[in-house]
Design a protein around this ligand. Structure first.
Ligand code: AMP
Length: 184
């Protein structure tokens, strides 16, 4: 079921824009004001649960840390497991890693190698709060597939569409965003 224009407007208003965080020039889209608003949070989880209810999702995979906020309640709503993707050195067991390029330097994400071992040929849904350049999501999708699951879709609450991260993701899997916003 698609969101009504009223719901969409309400959700857009529920995001707090913080200029110059964490550094000058960045318009940070703060989603703590979404999860801190019971109606906004429920609207998002209900919408995603409805979208994926027949998609046979075995695992929701969330990216540290804001992806956990949406991924964990969604996994319960779908009757799926949850697998975390984290920055290096955070996961205690054996991990698979994927590096990705930043404007200056690189970053890395990790997943437990046995994250999907409870279900054979698992179907995974990747989720994060926001997609900007798409680097985090692209590396995360590669990780999911490398350790043996199929990533059936990548979903985001917010797409900063001017940065065209969605184009990178569409080469790997299906792409969905609830709210498309420009960077300002
Ligand atoms: P990217 O890898 O460039 O797509 O960046 C996505 C990750 O960085 C997500 O986990 C976001 O939470 C975070 N992020 C990047 N840009 C912003 C922004 N303008 N506002 C809030 N979060 C951001």
């Amino acid at each position: 079921m698609s969101l009504s224009s009223k719901d969409r407007a309400f959700l857009l208003e529920s995001i707090r824009n913080v200029p110059d965080f964490p550094k000058a020039g960045v318009q940070f889209k703060d989603i703590t004001t979404i999860v801190g608003n019971p109606k906004a949070f429920k609207t998002i989880i209900d919408h995603l649960a409805d979208r994926y209810k027949n998609a046979k999702i075995d695992y929701v995979v969330g990216a540290e840390a804001r992806g956990f906020l949406f991924g964990a309640p969604l996994s319960i709503a779908l009757g799926a497991g949850f697998a975390p993707i984290r920055k290096p050195g955070k996961l205690p067991y054996t991990t698979a890693s994927e590096k990705y390029a930043l404007e200056y330097g690189f970053d890395e994400v990790q997943i437990h190698i046995d994250a999907f071992s409870a279900i054979k040929d698992a179907r995974a849904l990747f989720i994060d709060d926001l997609i900007a350049t798409g680097g985090t999501a692209e590396a995360s999708i590669r990780l999911i597939e490398r350790i043996g699951a199929k990533c059936v879709e990548a979903a985001f609450v917010v797409n900063l569409f001017a940065l065209k991260g969605d184009e990178r993701i569409k080469k790997l899997t299906n792409f969905y965003s609830i709210l498309d916003v420009d960077g300002d």
